[in-house]
Design a protein around this ligand. Structure first.
Ligand code: PHE
Length: 358
């Protein structure tokens, strides 16, 4: 057997025998390191005749590749075995009963979004989602905010540093970019709600840099403002548990809807206490409108064929109204006492027939 064959046999056997990563590294250094056995033979090449050097050199290179491949394969096996062992030690029994002192609760935001999803779900809406980091196209341009349009300034946008691809990414200022993503990826009829995080550079009693919105989008061939009205009326009545709750619309402006409106619900502020119901006073609750033809066109939909409506609502705001939470900032302070007070039991599943109103 030639010297090379013998070396091959020994090294490959050692690779197979290595029982952990450090042992495998020792085998690698012994063979291919600066003072390794293969490296040693390489050094001898200089003293050989050109003819021998060629054949011997080729064989050595082949051996080197073979050893490297064997080490890589062995490494993969050892890594996955190590991962399996680690996972085995971290195994937990999810069927164990909850320890009462560790009982968690649902954050009012999660609870409120679940309730909204239950109500809109019963009306036939499904949930759509999109990324928090958006590009200018989805957050603004496709929503009919032309470059330089002053309406862009209404959103105090968090911009990210310009990316290598030349795009200036941003944290989405509203959930409306997911309208665009949905219209680009799905064929009408579309009926989606879009819950999610949104971001604006603002911080005071009634604004936090991160907050939540729930967006609604309906696209079909015969959709009009009465559908919008009926849908939202049904929603607020169900959500606030006031069967005859009155709503009113005031004209407003959003670049992506035409006409645009703000919707109010009936309330009372008597005695400094806010009550939802038909007491003659009004409370603004959401923005809405008919999807602008330019937005439909940006998504490849023919405005002569399709129309639709959209609405957007602040989740913290309606949660505060429904559950009497006075200060927005407390939502994000992770104060356990606050969570104990305003949180919801984890198994309190929202439904239309029970549990929505406390
Ligand atoms: N995106 C708007 C906002 O954040 C709300 C909105 C959504 C208005 C959909 C109309 C239609 O203020």
């Amino acid at each position: 057997m030639s010297e090379i064959d013998q070396l091959r046999g020994e090294v490959l056997a050692a690779v197979t025998a290595a029982s952990d990563v450090p042992a495998l590294e020792n085998v690698r250094v012994d063979a291919l390191g600066k003072k390794g056995r293969v490296t040693g033979l390489m050094k001898n090449l200089g003293t050989m005749s050109p003819e021998d050097r060629k054949t011997f050199g080729q064989q050595l290179n082949l051996l080197k590749t073979e050893i490297e491949d064997a080490i890589t394969a062995r490494r993969a096996t050892l890594d996955s075995a190590a991962l399996d062992a680690k996972l085995a030690t971290e195994k937990m029994d999810v069927t164990l009963p909850v320890r009462p002192e560790l009982k968690g609760s649902l954050h009012p935001i999660s609870q409120t979004m679940d309730e909204m999803a239950a109500i809109f779900g019963a009306m036939g809406f499904t949930i759509a989602e999109g990324p928090d980091v958006e590009d200018d196209f989805h957050n603004f341009t496709a929503l009919n905010f032309p470059p330089g349009h002053p309406a862009r300034e209404m959103h105090d946008t968090f911009f990210l540093p310009t990316a290598p691809d030349g795009n200036r990414y941003l944290l989405r200022t509203h959930t409306s970019p997911v309208q665009i993503r949905t219209m680009l990826s799905e064929k009408p009829p579309i009926r989606v709600i879009i819950p999610g995080r949104t971001y604006r550079c603002d911080y005071d009693m009634t604004h936090t840099p991160m907050f939540h919105q729930i967006e609604g989008l309906v696209i079909d061939t015969e959709t009009n403002m009465t559908h919008l009205k009926g849908c939202l009326q049904e929603f607020v009545r169900s959500f606030f548990g006031v069967d005859d709750l009155t709503i009113r619309f005031r004209p407003s402006f959003f670049p992506f809807t035409e006409p645009s409106a703000e919707m109010d619900i009936g309330c009372s502020r008597q005695g400094g206490e806010l009550k939802i119901g038909n007491y003659g006073d009004w409370l603004e609750i959401l923005g809405c409108g008919m999807v602008h033809p330019n937005v439909l066109k940006s998504c490849g939909l023919d405005p002569e064929v399709y129309q639709g409506f959209a609405f957007g609502m602040g989740v913290e705001r309606v949660a505060m109204l429904k559950y009497g939470i006075p200060d927005l900032r407390t939502f994000f302070e992770s104060d356990l006492r606050w969570l104990k007070h305003y949180g919801f039991a984890a198994l309190d599943v929202p439904s239309l027939t029970g549990g929505l109103n406390r």
